[in-house]
Write a protein that binds this ligand. Structure first.
Ligand SMILES: Nc1ncnc2c1ncn2[C@@H]1O[C@H](COP(=O)(O)OP(=O)(O)OP(=O)(O)O)[C@@H](O)[C@H]1O
Ligand SMILES: Nc1nc2c(c(=O)[nH]1)N[C@H]1C(S)=C(S)[C@@H](COP(=O)(O)O)O[C@H]1N2
Length: 172
């Protein structure tokens, strides 16, 4: 699987703090996916155009899975969902619903995240909150459905470590 991880944060992009979200996503994936995995990481500033532009490039490069962390909230610069909406062909709203449900068990402000997921070309794009602690909570909540989703869109077949995530394939 070719995975791409995008950190959307003005301050991480400017070097005002060290990005912990990108490395957090990568180590979560490496701990769960047992089939061959390549990961590229990207740090970009907040903004609809900034998000749409990097996603278009990654979709054209045929990334199978794109994780985007940050910019999902209600603040003026939080425009990640708008940038994602500019290029996805199909929204998978259930991902956002389930990730928020899992996060709400930890923090009441989880309801402020507009995180979602969608399909562009042969890429599955999943958005996550910027808080590094949200990454495991959210990915643990939805990843069982990711391998079959990748099958359905013609991306690479992946397997997961059943001790961490049991992939569910209804036709298997
Ligand atoms: N990529 C990241 N790496 C490390 N910490 C992060 C990251 N994104 C967010 N955080 C932490 O979560 C807190 C709240 O995140 P929030 O979404 O408000 O991001 P932010 O810091 O305002 O990002 P921005 O740079 O876009 O303004 C931040 O103050 C920071 O402590
Ligand atoms: N699991 C989890 N989800 C969370 C949070 C968190 O700390 N943990 N923070 C929330 C907050 S405070 C905000 S504003 C939104 C959006 O964050 P973002 O703009 O960094 O994407 O995510 C929410 N979801």
């Amino acid at each position: 699987m070719r995975a791409a991880i995008v950190t959307v944060s003005d301050r991480a992009f400017a070097g005002e703090y060290e990005d912990k979200g990108g490395p957090g996503c990568e180590s979560w994936l490496r701990g769960v996916v047992t089939t061959p995995l390549t990961v590229t990481r990207h740090i970009i500033p907040d903004g609809r155009a900034s998000v749409a532009q990097v996603l278009r490039t990654l979709v054209a490069e045929k990334a199978d899975l794109i994780l985007v962390t940050g910019g999902t909230g209600p603040a003026p610069r939080d425009e990640t969902p708008e940038g994602v909406a500019d290029l996805i062909e199909k929204e998978l709203a259930g991902f956002g619903e389930e990730m928020r449900r899992a996060s709400l068990r930890e923090v009441p402000t989880a309801i402020l995240s507009r995180q979602t997921a969608g399909i562009a070309g042969q890429s599955l794009i999943i958005t996550l909150p910027g808080k590094p602690a949200a990454i495991a909570t959210c990915l643990n909540a939805v990843f069982a459905a990711v391998p079959y989703c990748l099958d359905l869109i013609g991306a690479g077949r992946i397997e997961t470590d059943p001790a961490k995530i049991t992939a569910f394939r209804p036709k298997a």
